[in-house]
Design a protein around this ligand. Structure first.
Ligand code: ZN
Length: 196
């Protein structure tokens, strides 16, 4: 999969927030692998880069379609870049499963982080931007990213996976930083602490 052509020339889009309907419902599968999809993917790469994300689901730019982009370091600190349409994640089971509990955040609840235990290895299968089968093996942060983005496309945000106590802390943290993020962020950039 050579996604080079999608990395430039995209348009910045507004990032949707938790609480908006599109974020909390299962998405439609991708069935057309043409120009419309490719424009969306290009815009997603641009938006993800400007918002400093390691992954972005289509629902996060308000589109009800099962596709995500990623630009994320793996367990060897090597940056992996790609696109998965119609993703399905397979996690190790039983003895093979090793949980990693590190802080997780989401561009759709900007600025807030809480620790969440997830398997440290994930295999994501789906299709590339042209409809060809693709398999991404994720370790390190990439394993978390593949799970987080596939969750989004199934209508799940990581707050849904937190205990009530940590979810409350997460929302508190987001609330404290909300003044830094305009409602159309990143179309309007984040305010700096100094001028907020
Ligand atoms: Zn997210």
């Amino acid at each position: 999969m050579d996604v080079e052509e999608f990395l430039t020339g995209g348009k910045l889009r507004r990032i949707t927030r938790w609480g908006e309907d599109v974020m909390h419902a299962k998405t439609q599968p991708v069935t057309e692998f043409g120009e419309e999809l490719h424009t969306l993917i290009r815009d997603m790469f641009t938006t993800m880069a400007i918002a400093h994300g390691v992954g972005l689901a289509a629902t996060q730019v308000g589109v009800d379609l099962a596709v995500f982009t990623y630009d994320c370091p793996d367990g060897d600190e090597i940056n992996q870049v790609g696109v998965v349409c119609n993703p399905v994640v397979t996690l190790p089971d039983g003895d093979q499963r090793n949980l990693d509990s590190i802080e997780e955040g989401c561009l759709s609840l900007p600025g807030a982080y809480q620790p969440l235990a997830r398997p440290d290895h994930a295999v994501c299968t789906g299709q590339d931007p042209w409809g060809n089968p693709v398999t991404v093996v994720g370790t390190g942060l990439l394993a978390r990213c593949l799970q987080h983005e596939t969750d989004h496309l199934n209508g799940t945000v990581f707050g849904d996976r937190l205990s009530n106590r940590l979810r409350r802390k997460l929302y508190q943290q987001a609330e404290e930083l909300a003044h830094l993020y305009p409602s159309d962020w990143p179309l309007t950039p984040r305010a700096t602490s100094a001028n907020a």
